[in-house]
Design a protein around this ligand. Structure first.
Ligand code: ATP
Ligand code: MG
Length: 567
């Protein structure tokens, strides 16, 4: 598995930028015009983010503009909710289309005129065959197709039928308009592709004006040409459509001649980036919605606490290549940690609390200790945390019968409580089932702040903790991979779901500063990972979602492989 596409190149240099640079140098273009063309039939995901960063990125670098164009040619599947979500998510990712917000539906009238232009030139005809018949006569990869019996219709008859299609005279699917190219072409896309379909459905923007809608192929290139797009960047599955794209541009009196260039789509391990599958996950309730924190949508990543900067960094590190490959999702986690390590405030939270009583600490006394907010950022300052006789530590940080390399708390051993004191475990209290429910300890007052005592005694572990006096109960949701296998089968995706993709921990305890700070910014819970307060929180009952754990398997594997730091 290649972690980084085309690793011989530096981030920000790729074959698309080479082409653009050459076009500017040769004077073929003086400004670059690109577009991001989502179909508003779902939320955008991290694969789309690659396309967004590329399209907006090149115009930032070379000068020009990038449009946001909704490819809204299929009224059956498209909704306003998706349009709004897409605009919000592109902005959140950090890009601005300015005044260049377009809809393919704005061009319906022009596209219609161009369809008549093709008919008049003998380059398009109305076909009455059913969808099934058309499929049968299309041929295969090895056999040519056969001509439709309606292919020889006169221009007059074609025009008359097409106008009647427009006016709503016919049922859905009764007829289509097809380009007249070559039913024997080696490229199936050139075997008289469909240009218009009858769809008697209202459109979110054009209402009930239209009864026919253009196909993707007929709308896309012509929309590019209308907008003056210079470089129409799309994913590899459109490479076979390029001859049709060029055929249409050649045949029509379009105002400009855009060039289509294909690049590899982003594929991520343990992740499905198909709108069909993502729609199915939402529809069938496998996730709580498009913004479920396990979803690879930008809405899901945002809810999980992933900063947009991390997505941009990740996309940059992945690069732009010509051949498909699969990127390790650990590389995304690495980019997230990289940003959050610099920016996230540190807080203490105990996910599986175990009570610890300090026997020689005065009853009823509470003191304030200073804790650093972010060791990577001095300007983040410090805060005070309360300490008292009863605190909670992580259950996993104690073992009664430890294996050799367990350096944390065990009976008789001394450890450091972060920012507080050294404590030694003296006794263990168990319930009737023999479960450890409380630790009895003593502390050394000379270690205040967690400092080494005058005798120079060392300890091997530092534990996080929260004070019983003011700890806030919380729910913590641990988000894991949504799919078990690295390359889930998209046809049977429901059976590939990871049953442990969401762990809900109740009875967690967090320090007050984790909730008092009225912020959605992700925090680091020391020794646990990065967490973000979720909108599911209610007063007095905060809910946190884990953005990503602390352990960085990807950085480790890079280091082991002798590779350098990412980015
Ligand atoms: P579907 O899965 O329904 O075919 P799509 O994901 O291709 O849809 P579009 O709305 O057509 O969705 O995509 C908008 C743009 O985003 C297109 O230019 C498409 O090439 C690009 N895009 C989609 N998925 C990826 C991906 N995984 N990596 C890079 N670009 C992508
Ligand atoms: Mg698509």
């Amino acid at each position: 598995m290649a972690a980084v596409e085309d690793s011989t190149r530096k981030a920000g240099q790729d074959f698309i930028r080479d082409i653009i640079r050459a076009d500017l140098e040769s004077g073929r273009h003086s400004r670059v015009v690109t577009r991001f063309p989502p179909e508003p039939n779902g939320y955008i995901h991290i694969g789309h983010a690659k396309s967004i960063c590329l399209n907006f990125g090149v115009v930032e670098e070379f000068g020009g503009h990038c449009a946001l164009r909704f490819d809204d040619t299929n009224p059956a599947k498209e909704e306003q909710e998706y349009i709004d979500a897409i605009m919000r998510d592109v902005r959140w990712l950090g890009f601005d289309w300015g005044e260049h917000l377009y809809h393919a539906s704005d061009y319906f009238e022009q596209l219609y005129e161009w369809a008549e232009h093709l008919i008049k030139a003998g380059d398009a005809y109305v076909d009455d065959q059913s969808q099934v018949e058309m499929r049968k006569t299309r041929g295969t990869l090895t056999e040519p197709g056969t001509n439709s019996p309606f292919r020889g219709r006169s221009v007059e008859e074609n025009l008359d039928l097409f106008r009647r299609m427009r006016s709503g005279e016919f049922q859905n699917g009764a007829r289509v308009l097809r380009a007249k190219i070559d039913m024997a072409s080696g490229n199936i896309n050139l075997r008289d592709p469909v240009l218009y379909r009858i769809v008697n459905a209202p459109h979110p923007r054009t209402g009930s004006k239209w009864h026919i809608y253009p196909s993707y192929d007929f709308a896309h290139g012509q929309s590019d040409a209308i907008e003056g797009v210079t470089h129409s960047l799309c994913t590899l599955e459109f490479a076979d459509h390029r001859p049709l794209y060029e055929w249409l541009i050649e045949k029509l009196p379009v105002p400009s001649r855009p060039r289509q260039i294909e690049f590899a789509r982003l594929n991520l391990t343990h992740t499905v980036l198909s709108k069909r599958v993502l729609t199915g996950l939402v529809r069938d309730g496998h996730v709580s919605g498009w913004d479920d924190a396990r979803m690879p949508t930008l809405a899901g990543l945002r809810r999980r606490g992933v900063p947009p900067e991390a997505i941009r960094e990740f996309v940059k590190a992945v690069g732009v290549a010509r051949a498909d490959n699969l990127v390790d999702v650990a590389m995304l986690d690495h980019a997230i940690r990289d940003v959050l390590n610099r920016t996230a405030l540190r807080r203490m939270a105990v996910l599986r609390p175990l009570k610890l009583v300090i026997e020689n600490y005065p009853e009823g006394e509470v003191e304030e200790l200073q804790a650093v907010n972010n060791p990577e950022d001095d300007s983040a300052g410090s805060r005070s945390v309360r300490f008292g006789r009863e605190i909670y530590v992580e259950h996993d940080d104690f073992m009664e019968e430890p294996p050799k390399k367990f350096f944390r708390l065990v009976p008789g051993r001394e450890v450091r409580l972060r920012y507080a004191y050294f404590v030694t475990c003296r006794d263990v209290v168990k319930d009737e089932d023999g479960e450890v429910v409380e630790l009895r300890c003593t502390y050394d007052p000379e270690t205040r702040g967690g400092n080494t005592p005058p005798d120079g005694r060392k300890v091997k572990a530092t534990l996080h903790w929260v004070a019983a006096t003011d700890a806030v109960p919380a729910e913590v949701r641990i988000v894991n991979r949504l799919f078990k296998s690295a390359s889930p089968d998209t046809l049977s995706y429901a059976s590939e779901l990871n049953p442990d993709s969401l762990e809900v921990l109740t009875g967690c305890l967090v320090e007050p500063a984790a909730v008092l700070l009225n912020s959605d910014a992700p925090m680091q819970f020391e020794r646990q990972g990065y967490f973000r307060r979720d909108a599911d929180s209610s007063p007095g009952r905060p809910v946190f979602i884990r953005t990503v754990g602390l352990r960085d398997a990807f950085a480790k594997s890079l280091a082991e492989a002798g590779g350098g730091k990412l980015g």
